[in-house]
Design a protein around this ligand. Structure first.
Ligand SMILES: C[S@@+](CC[C@H](N)C(=O)[O-])C[C@H]1O[C@@H](n2cnc3c(N)ncnc32)[C@H](O)[C@@H]1O
Length: 429
C-alpha cells in the first residue's frame, strides 16, 4: 500500500483502489481512419474511437468552456482525459481559446494522430507570456493523470471525461482535479444501468438501485448526477448540473457540472422516485419518507404496482441562466441556426431551457402512454403543451424524448385534455 503525503484539497485520504489501476491498457480499435470536419475544424480520426454524432456534445462542451472563460477573464487550463483522436482538445484550443490543454488517452497508438490534429490549428507556445507549451499529449490511465495533477496542485478549470460504458471509476479523481468553481464534464454510455436492467450494477457504480421506468433515459442522467454528487460530498465538495444532455446515439448521457466547495444541503433534491404502473403518476420521496412510499391511487404502503428507484438526483437537470448564455454564444458564433450532424442546436438549447422550469417535476410522459391509457389517438405534442398551459399547468417538451411532455399535471387530466383535443381536431380511428 502506498502512503500518501498530506493532500492539499480533500479532507479524506485517497482510496488505494484508484491509485493502483488494474485496467489493462486499451489497444487501438480497428476502425478505419477518416478525414473529418466539425464546426469548420479539420482533423483525422486516425483509426481511434470516434463518433460523428457526438459533435453536439462537443459543441455544448466548447460553448460552456467559453462562457466559463469569459466569467473568469483569463485563459483556461483544461484536461481531456480520454481524448481519442484529440478532437475535443482541438475544439477547446481553437474555439474556447484555452490557454493550456492536456490531451490524454491510454492508447499510445493514437499519439501520431493527436499530435498532428493539434499541430494543425493550435499554436504550441502559450500566449500568456510564460512561453510554456499550450498543449501536451500523454498516454496514461486517466485516474493516474488526474490524481498526479491533484497531488501536484495543478488543478484544471475544466475536466472532461468521455468514457465508454460507466464513468463511475473516474468521477472521484476527476472532482479532485477540478479547481474550485471549475467545470466537470462527465459522459457515460451505460444504457443498461439507466434502463433498470442491471440494478446491482447501477448500485455499485452510482449508488442507485434503478428499476425499469418509462422515462429511463432521464433516469440515466439523474443517476449520473446523483453518483457525482455522492462522490463530491464525500470529498467536501458539491456539484450542480449546468446542463444535462441525452443522445440516443449510443445511448450517451452527458452532464456538465460546476464544482464548488461545501456540502450539499438540499435533501429534497436527492432521493427516491416512484412510478405507479396502475395510474401512471410519479412522485419523489426523500430519505425521511422512505417507509411511507405510496401512490395516492393505492391505500397500501408500497403497492405492487409501484416501482421505486434511487437514491438519485431529483432536482432540475439544467441551470437556465447558463443555458441562455450558451444560446447567446451559439448565436454569436453562428452555430445556432446551422445543423451539425443533423441536430439543430438552437432548438435543442431552447428545449433544455424550457425543461428547466422549476415547477416541472422529474420524468416525462410519452404521448403514447396517454393514448394507450385513454384508448385514444395522440394529439400533436405542441398542441398538448399549449392546452396544458392554458389550464394553468407547467408543460414543456423533453429534449430526451421527442414524443413526450414534461408537466406537473396528473395523468388523468392529461388523458382528459388529450381526449378533448382528439375530439375537436383529430378524427377518431
Ligand atoms: C469514447 S472514446 C473518446 C472519444 C473522444 N473523446 C471524442 O470525442 O471523439 C474513449 C477513449 O478512452 C480511452 N480510454 C479507455 N480507458 C482509458 C483509461 N483508463 N484512461 C485513459 N484513456 C482511456 C480509449 O482509448 C478511447 O479512446
Amino acid at each position: 500500500m502506498t502512503l500518501l503525503p498530506l493532500l492539499p484539497k480533500s479532507p479524506l485520504s485517497l482510496p488505494t483502489k484508484i491509485l493502483v489501476s488494474r485496467r489493462t491498457r486499451p489497444r487501438a480499435l480497428t476502425v478505419a481512419s477518416s478525414k473529418e470536419t466539425e464546426r469548420g475544424l479539420e482533423f483525422d480520426t486516425g483509426g481511434s474511437f470516434f463518433r460523428r454524432e457526438s459533435a453536439v456534445g462537443r459543441d455544448l462542451g466548447a460553448l460552456a468552456a467559453s462562457i466559463h472563460r469569459r466569467s473568469l477573464d483569463r485563459k483556461l487550463r483544461i484536461i481531456d482525459a480520454m481524448c481519442g483522436c484529440g478532437i475535443r482538445s482541438l475544439r477547446y484550443l481553437a474555439q474556447s481559446d484555452a490557454g493550456f490543454v492536456w490531451a490524454n488517452d491510454a492508447c499510445e497508438d493514437y499519439r501520431g494522430t493527436i499530435v498532428k490534429n493539434l499541430s494543425g490549428v493550435a499554436d504550441r507556445v502559450s500566449e500568456d507570456g510564460g512561453g510554456g507549451r499550450r498543449w501536451v499529449v500523454t498516454h496514461k490511465d486517466a485516474n493516474r493523470v488526474l490524481l498526479e495533477s491533484y497531488i501536484n496542485r495543478e488543478y484544471f478549470d475544466l475536466v472532461d471525461i468521455d468514457s465508454f460504458g460507466s464513468d463511475s471509476s473516474f468521477i472521484r479523481s476527476a472532482i479532485m482535479a477540478v479547481r474550485e468553481e471549475g467545470l466537470l464534464y462527465l459522459t457515460n454510455t451505460d444504457g443498461f444501468s439507466s434502463g433498470g436492467h442491471r440494478p446491482y450494477h447501477s448500485l455499485a457504480s452510482y449508488g442507485a438501485y434503478v428499476r425499469p421506468m418509462p422515462y429511463s433515459n432521464e433516469v440515466g442522467l439523474r443517476m449520473l448526477i446523483g453518483g457525482a454528487l455522492r462522490e463530491a460530498t464525500a470529498l467536501g465538495f458539491c456539484v450542480s448540473p449546468l446542463f444535462s444532455y441525452y443522445s440516443s446515439h449510443g445511448p450517451v448521457f452527458r452532464v456538465m457540472f460546476r464544482v464548488s466547495r461545501g456540502n450539499f444541503h438540499k435533501e429534497s433534491q436527492y432521493g427516491f422516485i416512484c412510478y405507479c404502473n396502475k395510474c401512471g403518476n410519479s412522485q419523489a420521496f426523500s430519505w425521511r419518507e422512505l417507509g411511507q412510499i405510496c401512490c395516492p391511487c393505492s391505500n397500501k404502503v408500497v403497492s405492487r404496482s409501484s416501482v421505486v428507484s434511487g437514491p438519485m438526483w431529483t432536482g432540475p437537470l439544467h441551470d437556465a441562466t447558463f443555458l441562455a448564455e450558451m444560446l447567446d454564444l451559439a448565436g454569436e458564433w453562428r452555430w445556432a441556426h446551422t445543423k451539425e450532424k443533423g441536430i439543430d442546436l438552437e432548438k435543442l438549447l431552447n428545449w433544455m431551457i424550457d425543461e428547466s422550469d422549476p415547477r416541472l417535476p422529474f420524468g416525462y410522459i410519452k404521448l403514447d402512454e396517454i393514448a394507450s391509457r385513454g384508448k385514444i389517438n395522440s394529439p400533436p405534442v405542441s398542441m398538448m403543451i399549449s392546452s396544458l398551459q392554458k389550464e394553468g399547468y407547467a408543460a414543456s417538451r423533453s429534449h430526451i424524448a421527442p414524443n413526450a411532455i414534461k408537466t406537473n399535471c396528473p395523468i388523468a387530466t392529461c388523458i382528459r385534455i388529450s381526449r378533448e383535443l382528439c375530439h375537436t381536431v383529430l378524427p377518431l380511428s
